[in-house]
Structure formats: structure tokens, C-alpha cells
Design a protein. Structure first.
Length: 731
């Protein structure tokens, strides 16, 4: 195919792309990413089709397609927002949209002659891989000898990808050139028809066979193939046979990837019409090794054998008390042993050796949609520029920031939690909860603010994230939050419930079967708070003492018994802290009449409010008297545990905040620590509107600020027992 589009010329047979300023240089895969859509225009090609036709492999991530498309657009100045050449079709793939026009034919050939002495043909091509050295004492590997071979034209030296990615292993390459058995009608030494037409030899790359028995190392085959394509075709000496043609022929002939037998190479070459076929294999060792280690002990001898696990180490110095050795390849923690004759050193903590492999300490964000495309930051240690990221078993090419940070984009996966691993030459990061990424279409929490509050509860927390929609529930650890408002699909305002213990807990949002993943940024830390007493049962007892009492409240876990509980000025000598909300105590002797039970912790002392009555054995029985009637112009509501439904009969236009706090109301108490929320029934829209105590300064957190006479309200309170609520009312 030889075509012109816009200001560019594409010659597929010559493998050249030209523009106004001359030749446009692209990587082989990027060049094919332009050529294949142009050949198929105006058809839309999916990412899977492009992977198959450009790479001929199935284990690469779709991110490879996006990267190659991006390179083409950058080289040609094609804006993806306003494309002129390649258009992205949402959820379907890519399409070549520039008008194509065929190039005029070349002038006809007028003469063919044999070259004279001054026109001797160039020496046959010699394939070379620069920068790769065989391991010491290894059998020679590489291209088979070619008679009178000459190097390709000089070009900038490039380090072969095997070295560039820090591959701890070996690659064996088989090259067939000039030794294929002759096919019918032509000799082995004569060039193929395709080669004669193109004026240069053609090259078929079969790929490389993975001998490591680990599927996650399969990406190396594509990396090696891509490097060979670039190294061997850059000088323009050979023409590359498209990868899809090679893969198709391999499948038809049943020749495995990387097959190195001459018969397999010959069959592929004969059917593709080429004399130059490359195939090979590679082996990845578990780690790089190479660290010089000093081993101290006694009884060593020159014949000592040192092993790291099951692998023998090379020793450079041995004395009776010290050995200097080079650690062999390995991973994780292994035992180092020294054998002298048949005596082996005992193992113990002092004989352990830790290979410095990569480790992941966190992923942000740690959840995203199954469609993939989530940009994540991977934090950890011992990352290298040759790191490879695996999400589950899907390989992703990361961007190396530094030894503690990698950036990556998640591939598409089915819903569920997947381990993210980082692989380097020193091994693979271990599986940990911090290395999990969850694919979900359900709720996701990205952050909470504030991220701490008292154990008494009542902290207004703004939760931000994704996919918030009613109906849903919110839990702080195992405790459900009873008061919250869904502000939008990305924000929830919630009132923290009380907690029996101080410390961190996970906030999680549940919608149906979907639960937001555990996230370090979704933790809320409860801080021990000033104790509050919400109930005393029984609330009276004999002046002789001895009454067994249960005190219910919040923030009680910091109390120390005896000493923390007092009845007036008298300290209770017998008490037990059950948990943050309960203390049992035995009343001490005291004078008859009402008194105050108080609890003191390092965080403060509970409110000084009469809550227990001492009764003389000769006097009338005890009990809690009803509150005294308030002065004219007030109304008292009795609020019950959790919820109370009431009709507002107080003054019109009263601010909810003032009413809750008892501002300016004779005989009223500040109930802001008990009343957590007020809900208004809006008959016009048949919906509930919410007011959260203390949320007046947060935009969008409350739906109303004043009470309306005759309106119906649900009032939510924390703790147990009844609460009298005194409000201003018409006289």
C-alpha cells in the first residue's frame, strides 16, 4: 500500500512514513498502529483486533494500544479532541478518518544487468544483538555463522532490551539465513520473489518461548520481539514481515512461539517467502543476587561450601572465623549454611539472609470501576526503573517515579479484589492487604473529614467518594450510623455514633450487596472524651450505702476504680469499668437528700447535675420526681431513646440551633450533645428534610434552619433514657 493522506505519505512496502520535513520516525509498533487502521479504513478496529494485528499476542494490556496511538498522534500532530487522522470511537475502538489517495506508479524499469566489479553487491546481512553478554563459561549462543557476513551500516549503539529491563536470565536466539532447504522451483541461495521485488531481504520474527514456567513472565516475549524489530529494521537493511502474518502462519503450521528447530524455522520461512527467520527462548531466574556478604563464625576451612538456601555461593575469602561470599540469585528470606566436610552449621535467626525484593505499602486509590482506566499511585520500597506491575495476572507497564513510587493505570477486570504485585530483578512483592485493588461498581470512599472525634459520638463527618445513592447504610466499624444525609453521589454528611472503645475504625458504605472497600483514607479514630452520664439505675438508695448501681454514659473507659466515681464529695470504694459506656458501682454512705454522681478521667469530669437521691430508712421511698413546671411561655417535650415524633407547638420562626441548645429558654438545658438530628416531613414533596446539630456552617449539610408551627418532626437522640426538652411557646 502506497498512499498519501493530508501532508503525509505512507509507503507500507518500504516501511516508510514521510511528511513535509522528511521521514517521520516511529517505533515499529507505533508505525503498524498507523498502517493497520489505514489499511482497514473506514472500519472501526477494536483494541483486541489491534493487539492481534500489531503485536500478534494476547497477553499484552490494552494500554499498549493507547500508548502506540498516542505516539502516532504526537508524531503527526493529531489532536485527539479534534482528530484529523485517527479518531477514538468511544467503547468501540479506533478509526482512520483522513482521506487516502494512491501514489502515482514509479517509472517502468528500462534495463537489468549484472553488476560489474565496481558494482559488487553488498555483503549478506548479519544479525547482531548489542549489549548482551553470555554468562561466564556458558556455551556460545546466538546467530549461526554466515559466510562473508558484514555488519549493517553504522548507527548509534543501543542497549538491548534484555539489559535495559534488568532481566535476570538468559535468551537463546536461533537465526536461519541462507541454510533453509530449497523449496520447489528455487534454490536455497536465491532470494525470494518478495525480496527481489522489495530490493532487500525480508525478516520474520517468531517470538520467544518462556522457559520460566511462570505465565506472568510472558510479557518478555513481546518485549524481546519488539526490540529485535527495532534493532534489525532501523538501518533499512531488511523489511519486516507483519506480525499478524507470522502468527497466522505459525497457527496454520502448528509451529510454537519461539520454535528454534531448523525444520520449524524452514517451514515458516518457506511459506512466508523469506530466508531470514528468528526464533528463541528465555529463562528468568528468581533474583539477581550479586551482593557481597560477610559471614562470621568459627571452625571454617578452605574447603567450606556456602549455600544461600539451596543455592551455592561463590566465596572469595575464607579464614577460620570469617567467609566473604557473593550471594547467588534468590528471593525472600533464606538460611545461610556453611558445610565443612560433612558438618553443617546450625540454623537460627543469625543465619537468615533477606533479599531486598520490592514491597508495596499502599495503593491510592485502592478501588475503581471494572472497566479499568483508574490512575493509581503505588507506594513501597525497592522499586526500579525496570519494574513490572501485575494487577491480578494482567501485566501493566508502570511509570517509574523513584524507588518508593510507581504510577500505573488499571486494566479492565471483573468485579472483585485483586492483588497488585511489583516484579523486579530481585523478586516479586509479597501479597498483603495493603496491596489489594478492588474493582467495583458500588460505593467507594476516597476521604473522610474530620477523621477523628470523641467516643461520645456526635462528630459531623463529611464522607467523599463515588457511587453514593439511596438506599444505603453507613457503619463506623460494626456500629451503624443512624443520622446521615446523602448530599450527592459523591458526598455524605454523617453524625458519628458513639463507640465503646477509643482507637481507629473503618467507615464503610453498604448499598445492596456492594460494600465500600477498606481504605486507609476511610478510617475514623475515636478519641477518649470527657465522660457523660446519661442514666443512673436505680437513681436512689439508702443513706447507709450498699446500693448496687449501673451508670450508663459515654467516655467512661478512662475511669480508674476506686477513685474515679464520687457521690457528692464521698468517693465510691467499689466500682468496675465495664466498657466505655457502662460502670457498675456500690454507693457509699451519705447524708439524706439529692446528690451528684460524678465520674472523673484524664479527659475531664462529667456534668455536675443532681442524679441520685439518698433516702433515710425512716423516710418515704425514693424515686425520680417529674420536672417542675416551667414558667409561662414554655412547652416541654419528652424525647425517647433514638426517635420521637412530634408536632411543633413552640414559637414560630425559632432557630433549630437555639432550640436544641436551650438558648434564652428559662429552665432549658443544652441538648446539643443528645439531639443529633431533626427531620422535617415535607408534605408537598412527600420527602424528609434534614437538620444536623452543629452543621450550620457546612454548605449543603442541612435542609432547614427554623421550626414551623404545626409541622411534623422526627427528633433523633443519642444514648438511652428519656430527655426533657424545654422550648419557648406562646403563653
Amino acid at each position: 500500500m502506497k498512499v498519501r493522506f493530508l501532508e503525509f505519505t505512507l509507503d507500507a512496502e518500504a516501511g516508510r512514513l514521510s511528511g513535509p520535513e522528511g521521514e517521520v520516525r516511529l517505533r515499529p509498533q507505533a508505525y503498524r498502529m498507523l498502517e493497520v487502521p489505514a489499511e482497514s479504513a473506514p472500519k472501526i478496529l477494536s483494541q483486541e483486533e489491534l493487539l492481534d494485528r500489531v503485536w500478534g499476542v494476547e497477553h499484552l494490556s490494552p494500554a499498549s494500544v493507547k500508548q502506540a496511538i498516542s505516539e502516532v498522534r504526537q508524531a503527526l500532530g493529531d489532536d485527539p479532541a479534534r482528530p484529523r487522522i485517527i479518531e477514538t470511537v468511544h467503547r468501540r475502538g479506533y478509526r482512520f478518518i483522513a482521506p487516502l489517495a494512491p501514489l502515482p506508479p514509479l517509472p517502468p524499469i528500462t534495463e537489468v544487468k549484472e553488476p560489474g566489479p565496481a558494482e559488487a553487491p553488498a555483503a549478506p546481512f548479519e544479525a547482531r544483538a548489542e549489549g548482551v553478554e553470555a554468562p561466564p563459561e556458558a556455551a556460545p549462543i546466538g546467530p549461526r555463522p554466515v559466510a562473508e557476513a558484514a555488519a549493517p551500516p553504522p548507527r548509534p549503539r543501543r542497549r538491548f532490551l534484555l539489559h535495559a529491563v534488568g532481566l535476570a536470565g538468559f535468551a537463546a536466539v536461533s537465526l536461519l539465513e541462507g541454510s533453509m532447504p530449497p523449496s520447489a522451483g528455487r534454490s536455497a541461495a536465491s532470494p525470494s520473489r518478495a525480496e527481489r521485488a522489495a530490493g532487500r531481504p525480508t525478516l520474520a520474527i517468531l517470538g520467544f518461548r518462556n522457559l520460566s514456567a511462570r505465565p506472568e513472565d510472558g510479557w518478555i516475549s513481546a518485549a524481546l520481539s519488539e526490540t529485535l524489530r527495532f534493532e534489525l529494521t532501523t538501518p533499512g537493511t531488511v523489511r519486516l514481515i507483519p506480525a499478524e502474518n507470522v502468527v497466522r502462519m505459525q497457527r496454520e503450521l502448528g509451529v510454537a512461539e519461539g520454535a528454534a528447530a531448523d525444520a520449524g524455522l524452514a517451514r515458516i520461512g518457506d511459506n512466508l517467502g523469506t530466508r531470514l527467520v528468528v526464533g528463541g527462548s528465555y529463562l528468568v531466574s528468581p533474583a539477581a543476587g550479586g551482593t557481597v556478604v560477610t559471614i562470621n563464625g568459627t571452625g571454617f576451612a578452605p574447603s567450606a561450601i556456602v549455600k544461600f538456601g539451596d543455592n551455592q555461593a561463590f566465596t572469595t575469602s575464607i579464614t577460620e572465623t570469617q567467609i566473604i561470599a557473593t550471594a547467588p540469585a534468590g528471593a525472600a528470606t533464606v538460611n545461610v549454611s556453611v558445610t565443612v566436610n560433612t558438618n553443617v552449621t546450625a540454623s537460627g535467626p543469625q543465619t537468615q539472609y533477606q533479599y531486598d525484593g520490592p514491597a508495596i505499602t499502599g495503593i491510592t486509590p485502592n478501588a475503581g470501576p471494572p472497566a479499568g482506566g483508574t490512575a493509581i499511585v503505588i507506594k513501597g520500597s525497592n522499586f526500579t526503573s525496570a519494574s513490572v506491575v501485575l494487577v491480578g495476572n494482567v501485566v501493566v507497564t508502570p511509570i517509574f517515579v523513584d524507588t518508593t513510587t510507581l504510577n500505573a493505570v488499571t486494566p479492565a477486570q471483573n468485579a472483585g479484589a485483586y492483588q497488585v504485585r511489583v516484579r523486579t530483578g530481585s523478586g516479586t512483592s509479597p501479597d498483603t492487604p495493603d496491596a489489594l485493588f478492588t474493582y467495583t461498581s458500588g460505593p467507594i470512599i476516597d476521604a473522610v473529614n474530620p477523621d477523628n472525634g470523641p467516643t461520645t459520638g456526635g462528630t459531623i463527618v463529611v464522607v467523599t467518594g463515588k457511587n453514593f445513592a439511596a438506599p444505603l447504610t453507613i457503619n463506623f466499624g460494626s456500629v451503624p450510623a443512624t443520622s446521615f444525609n446523602i448530599n450527592s453521589a459523591t458526598q455524605i454528611t454523617v453524625l458519628s455514633p458513639s463507640s465503646a472503645t477509643a482507637g481507629p475504625t473503618d467507615i464503610r458504605v453498604t448499598k445492596g450487596a456492594d460494600v465500600s472497600p477498606v481504605n486507609p483514607k476511610a478510617k475514623f479514630t475515636y478519641v477518649a472524651s470527657t465522660p457523660k452520664i446519661t442514666q443512673v439505675a436505680p437513681n436512689s438508695g439508702s443513706t447507709f450505702g450498699g446500693t448496687e448501681i449501673t451508670i450508663t454514659g459515654l467516655g467512661l473507659s478512662g475511669a480508674t476504680c476506686p477513685g474515679a466515681v464520687k457521690f457528692g464529695a464521698v468517693t465510691a470504694q467499689v466500682c468496675t469499668v465495664v466498657n466505655d459506656t457502662t460502670i457498675t458501682v456500690t454507693s457509699p454512705p451519705n447524708l439524706a437528700g439529692p446528690t451528684v454522681i460524678s465520674i472523673t478521667t484524664v479527659n475531664g469530669t462529667s456534668d455536675i447535675v443532681p442524679n441520685f437521691t439518698y433516702v433515710s430508712p425512716t423516710g418515704p421511698g425514693g424515686g425520680t420526681a417529674p420536672p417542675a413546671p416551667g414558667p409561662g411561655g414554655t412547652t416541654t417535650y419528652t424525647l425517647h431513646a433514638r426517635w420521637t415524633l412530634l408536632t411543633w407547638t413552640g414559637n414560630p420562626g425559632v432557630n433549630v440551633s437555639d432550640a436544641v441548645r436551650g438558648s434564652g429558654v428559662p429552665g432549658a438545658a443544652d441538648l446539643s450533645f443528645r439531639i443529633s438530628a431533626v427531620y422535617l416531613w415535607d408534605a408537598a414533596t412527600a420527602t424528609w428534610k434534614a437538620y444536623f446539630t452543629g452543621a450550620e456552617g457546612i454548605p449543603g449539610a442541612t435542609d432547614f434552619t427554623q421550626f414551623t408551627p404545626g409541622a411534623v418532626y422526627w427528633v433523633a437522640i443519642q444514648g438511652t433514657g428519656q430527655v426533657p426538652w424545654v422550648v419557648m411557646a406562646p403563653p
